[in-house]
Design a protein around this ligand. Structure first.
Ligand SMILES: *[C@@H]1O[C@H](CO)[C@@H](O)[C@H](O)[C@H]1NC(C)=O
Ligand SMILES: *[C@@H]1O[C@H](CO)[C@@H](O)[C@H](O)[C@H]1NC(C)=O
Length: 329
């Protein structure tokens, strides 16, 4: 029994070795070819150019820095985050060469105070007045992206492809803001009266530092928060926010208004939100790109490769809707 098994073992090694030898000779023949023939030398030069074009551009050439941000504000009674129960490691492995920062309560306070206390005390005061962790997390993501730039993504999101593949390298050199649709009524149907027919998600956003859309969003958010408090005749830290007011002050309704205003300013063909309906491929407006609804809202079938059509349309990030954003109490 045993000698026979060994015999087969050696036979396989011999076959494998022959195959390797053949393969290496074939590749060396292939490699030598361009030197013998000027036409294929030109081809090689061309394919070299192509490879260079596909290589991720150096940091100095891209507006959006290679940095991932995530935020975790501990719910009452929970002190620490079990990182094993998150997709943090997926973000790290899908973003080689990127910085990764998970911000908790204390880091957030330190970041906001050190970045804005002297230049924009309105920002610091507003941030510290927010009691709802969801609204704090909303405002913090805009502040991080505006001040530092990079990719922000919620803890309940999971990247499906390497983040450097979100855009072709040539676009990577130009794009300063990446947003995706959260809802597209032409493809998703009607949801509810609080969801715009076309809405942009803010669970995943990529931005260059200082991008005017983020600067505008910070201002819009601060004004909207104080408007709600003023209507109630209360200080911001005593105001009560309905779900709708959360969505419309710091959440996706507010984000959609600000992003859309900027697209309309840049693209004369876009007059109303519905002009962005039924988006099937990335839409560029200056340095801003809008990705179709499946890009950051992949379904499980995209993740498992079952849905060919959507997969071809590049599902990039899956969102698991675990966030407890709704007004507490
Ligand atoms: C935001 O508000 C500040 C202070 O009120 C102002 O100086 C700045 O120009 C505004 N930025 C944008 C993008 O609207
Ligand atoms: C949403 O916020 C905007 C700007 O703050 C305000 O003008 C509008 O009335 C709000 N809409 C709702 C439904 O509260």
């Amino acid at each position: 029994m045993l000698p026979h098994a060994y015999h087969r073992y050696f036979l396989w090694i011999a076959i494998a070795a022959t195959f390797c030898l053949l393969a290496s000779q074939l590749t060396s023949v292939h490699r030598r070819q361009p030197k013998q023939n000027p036409a294929s030398a030109a081809e090689t030069a061309e394919s070299l150019v192509e490879t260079t074009a596909l290589r991720p551009p150096p940091a100095s050439e891209i507006p959006i820095p290679r940095q991932i941000w995530q935020i975790f504000f501990a719910p009452p009674g929970i002190k620490t985050l079990d990182k094993g129960g998150t997709y943090a490691s997926d973000w790290i492995s899908m973003a080689p060469g990127y910085g990764y920062t998970l911000m908790g309560d204390e880091d957030a306070t330190a970041f906001v105070d050190s970045s804005f206390a002297s230049s924009r005390p309105d920002i610091t005061a507003t941030f510290h007045s927010l009691r709802n962790p969801a609204q704090k997390s909303d405002l913090l993501r805009y502040l991080l992206l505006w001040h530092r730039g990079g990719i922000y993504s919620d803890m309940d999101t999971r990247p499906l492809v390497p983040v450097e593949e979100w855009l072709p390298p040539a676009k990577r050199r130009e794009v300063g803001l990446v947003v995706a649709l959260e809802w597209d009524v032409a493809r998703d149907g009607y949801w509810d009266e609080n969801t715009r027919d076309v809405q942009f998600c803010q669970w995943t956003i990529a931005a260059a530092p200082g991008h005017p859309v983020l600067g505008g969003m910070v201002n819009h958010t601060i004004a909207a928060l104080h408007d709600v408090a003023r209507q109630q005749g209360k200080a911001l830290d005593e105001a009560d926010f309905s779900d709708l007011q959360v969505l419309n002050s710091t959440g996706p309704m507010a984000w959609s208004d600000v992003v859309f205003d900027e697209i309309r300013r840049r693209d004369p063909l876009v007059e109303e939100l519905n002009d962005l309906m039924d988006l099937r491929s990335p839409k560029y407006a200056g340095d801003l790109v809008v990705l179709p609804v499946e890009s950051f809202r992949a379904e499980s079938s995209d993740e498992w490769g079952l849905n060919g059509w959507r997969k071809n349309r590049r599902a990039l990030v899956r969102h698991y809707y675990k966030g407890a954003w709704k007004a507490q109490g």
